[in-house]
Design a protein around this ligand. Structure first.
Ligand SMILES: [Zn+2]
Length: 730
């Protein structure tokens, strides 16, 4: 589990930080050598990529506060749910094996339930995961432990930071630069003496509730001085001090920690390693950009099925192993509770359709599934299939088991790449930039492409230079304010080779650290010049497209700019109230063999905020010349109907998710779903091939279809939550 995600989840986060030159360190035993560890040979195994995991969580019963854990009962439950993997909590608030480290052991621990669990899992043919927290909060403020003062994170006033977590207690935040890190490393070494198949790190953390505040403990002060010759900066220090500190904390301290632990865990056995990267889409978490270090990572959740599919596609774009929780996108909103840290059974849907929906999204995205957790079904008097929760988990685990080879062998095949600018989230301080609203842009264009039958893939800027961008016909930069010169050069090359680049709003205004720049390479490529750097907001603005009479609603926040040289104007902004033309709104120009389009507003964000079809259709018209000819499927632009297009050389899979559950307007409330009836679907087959059969995967029956001009046509009479069209090619 780890931090329960709040608003952070919907934000985005991470940093592009090239290796810094600074050196570690005080007592942290980890050195950041900059080496990127190779993927473990076993990590590409089918069971890992399509894992069905039951989590034994120890931040709650049956491990905490009382120890009621019975290995035999837990393993029996995993088998009843058709899990193929069991995650054991090596430690949480306490350690749950007889560790020789200084980590506190649960006072009731008797014998070695970890060893017994592993023995039973082997006998039951279950794979096993070691859950190891890396500076996750555990130091209960009520415990008197002489070591805790040495391990605490501290503010500039010397006071330790205290965080909430699950609602049972308050905990001191630990510091990665303290001697606590040596205990964690030793714990990993001890865990290797056991028979685990995979190691999962929850962390590294550097604070939780107070993560945005810098640590001023003696270890940090000494280590940062040694690394940079500077004192720990104030929160509002000059940008250069903040950049140096962030580099050090993220690259040297956090990445160095994860690198060393990962190398140790792989050790002689070559165990695969994953870590909890829920913070990938959040500002200010030190581990956001540690993707390269391990074999894969997990996202904990999202607020809606759409966000979950988006997040999982983003994860998959890194080519790493991706896991996700099922039963978690709709955690209870806790609105009437005074203490919002109170968690427990309601942090996941206890029954109902939500589990089927979560599982179907994970299945479509081709990720491993993690059911959190053992706790509730463990104490129920009847077997899990007696309860909706147990039946629904079993149903999605069964589906995964039956089709794991299909998911493992097919891969997404996107036409368009959507940049998620973690640099903008982390560094943009423009006056007009409203951080919680930034994702409206990239989620907006994703939603528009979903409804326009365009296969798209979100990707991360700190993954940018490694990627094969030519797999995309089009790249969309939604308000990507912070971009480096190198990134702009890569984009220019992509266009010169024949790609289409669409950039909107403040894209390219600042450098990768949010610093003003007079030279703006993206703007040169786009053929534009801002009249002022500050967008303006006013009511009653419309887009006017030459040759069209209709006025199209424009984003009320626009950028005033001039088109330069060979740019041509595709639309202007019209101020209806003052009957005034405010100049260019959308421009385009050719560059090399490709084309660039600039939209001087955040129009795609308006779509998420209003769902006005005219905005969607106008943007799709703009994209059609670049994408129409390569479209791979066609479905109705129906609200809630989501698609995931995947293929292998011999098979095409079109996953269809019928998410019409948002009729409950309060998100995170339990939802139920109506079937979507009579859905016409068209799928293009690659040239030179034809379809030999079409199968409906969830209904488990062949489908009637016709073929014409390289397209397969069929009608799906009913989609209840999920269906998948599998086209076998001849
Ligand atoms: Zn510290």
């Amino acid at each position: 589990m780890a931090e329960f995600t709040r608003r952070d989840l919907i934000l985005g986060g991470g940093l592009l930080l090239a290796g810094s030159g600074s050196q570690l360190l005080g007592v942290n035993p980890f050195s950041a050598d900059g080496a990127v560890a190779a993927i473990a040979p076993d990590a590409d195994r089918e069971w890992i990529r399509t894992a069905r995991i039951l989590v034994a969580e120890a931040y709650n019963p049956p491990f905490y506060p009382e120890l009621d854990y019975d290995p035999e009962k837990a393993v029996r439950l995993a088998k009843a749910l058709n899990a193929n993997t069991f995650r054991y909590p090596v430690a949480a608030y306490y350690a749950y094996f007889p560790t020789r480290t200084k980590y506190p052991i649960h006072p009731k621990l008797a014998g070695d339930p970890m060893r017994e669990t592993l023995r039973l899992c082997r006998a039951a043919n279950l794979k096993t995961i070691a859950y190891i927290p890396v500076n996750h909060p555990f130091m209960d403020v009520n415990d008197v432990n002489p070591l805790y003062p040495q391990w605490q994170r501290r503010g500039a006033n010397g006071k330790p930071f205290v965080t909430t977590h699950f609602g049972f207690a308050r905990y001191y935040e630990g510091c990665l630069n303290s001697p606590l890190s040596a205990e964690i490393l030793q714990m990993v070494q001890e865990v290797l003496e056991y028979d685990f198949d995979l190691v999962y790190f929850d962390g590294p953390y550097q604070g939780m509730d107070h993560r945005a505040e810098f640590c001023h403990c003696e270890w940090c002060r000494t280590a940062f001085m040694k690394a940079s010759g500077r004192d720990i900066p104030a929160q509002d220090a000059f940008p250069d001090d903040l950049i140096a500190y962030t580099h050090w904390m993220n690259d040297d301290v956090a990445r160095g920690t994860l690198q060393r632990l990962t190398n140790t865990a792989r050790g002689t056995k070559g165990l695969p390693v994953l870590f909890n990267n829920t913070s990938l889409l959040s500002r200010g978490w030190c581990r956001s950009h540690l993707i390269r270090v391990t074999d894969g990572f997990m996202f904990e959740s999202a607020e809606t099925p759409e966000q979950k599919l988006f997040n999982l596609q983003l994860g998959k774009s890194t080519d790493k192993v991706i896991w996700t929780y099922v039963g978690y996108h709709s955690q209870y909103n806790r609105e009437h509770l005074e203490d919002k840290s109170i968690r427990g059974w309601y942090s996941y849907p206890v029954d109902g359709d939500n589990l089927l929906m979560d599982g179907s999204v994970a299945f479509s995205a081709g990720t491993g599934m993690v059911f959190w957790s053992l706790s509730r079904l463990y104490f129920m008097p009847h077997p899990p299939e007696s309860y909706a929760e147990g039946r629904n988990i079993r149903a999605i685990f069964d589906l995964m088991e039956k089709h794991a080879d299909l998911l493992y062998s097919t891969h997404s095949s996107p036409q368009a790449g959507l940049l998620v600018s973690s640099q903008t989230i982390e560094w943009c301080n423009a006056k007009s930039f409203i951080p919680p609203a930034y994702p409206n842009g990239f989620r907006g264009i994703w939603q528009i492409m979903q409804e326009g039958s365009i296969a798209s893939e979100p990707f991360l800027d700190f993954d940018f230079e490694r990627r094969d961008l030519d797999r995309y016909k089009l790249i969309y930069l939604s308000n990507a304010v912070c971009l480096s010169q190198v990134q702009c050069g890569i984009l220019a090359d992509f266009v010169a080779r024949g790609g289409t680049l669409v950039a909107t709003h403040l894209s390219g205004l600042y450098d990768e650290y949010g610093r003003a720049q007079t030279q703006r390479p993206l703007h040169e490529l786009l053929g534009i010049k801002f009249t002022t750097d500050q967008p303006e907001e006013q009511p009653e603005l419309y887009l006017k497209i030459p040759g069209r009479d209709e006025l199209i609603p424009q984003d009320p926040q626009i950028v005033r700019f001039q088109e330069l040289g060979d740019s041509s104007v595709l639309a202007t902004t019209y101020d209806l109230a003052h009957r005034e033309n405010l100049g260019a709104a959308i421009t385009q120009r050719n560059h090399g063999n490709g084309r660039v389009i600039y939209i001087g507003s955040n129009l795609e964000a308006i779509y998420v905020e209003t769902h006005m079809p005219v905005i969607r259709d106008s943007l799709l018209d703009l994209l059609e010349p670049a994408l129409g000819a390569s479209r791979r499927y066609r479905i109705p632009a129906e609200k809630g109907l989501l698609a995931q297009f995947s293929e292998s050389p011999g098979i095409i899979v079109l996953h269809l998710i019928a998410n019409d559950g948002n009729k409950v307007k309060k998100i995170r409330a339990s939802e139920s779903y109506m079937p979507v009836m009579n859905t016409p679907v068209a799928i293009r087959v690659p040239s030179g091939k034809s379809a030999s059969s079409v199968h409906l995967l969830r209904a488990d029956k062949p489908a009637q279809f016709s073929q014409k001009d390289g397209w397969v046509h069929l009608d799906i009479d009913k989609i209840y939550i999920y269906e998948s069209v599998v086209v076998t090619l001849a």
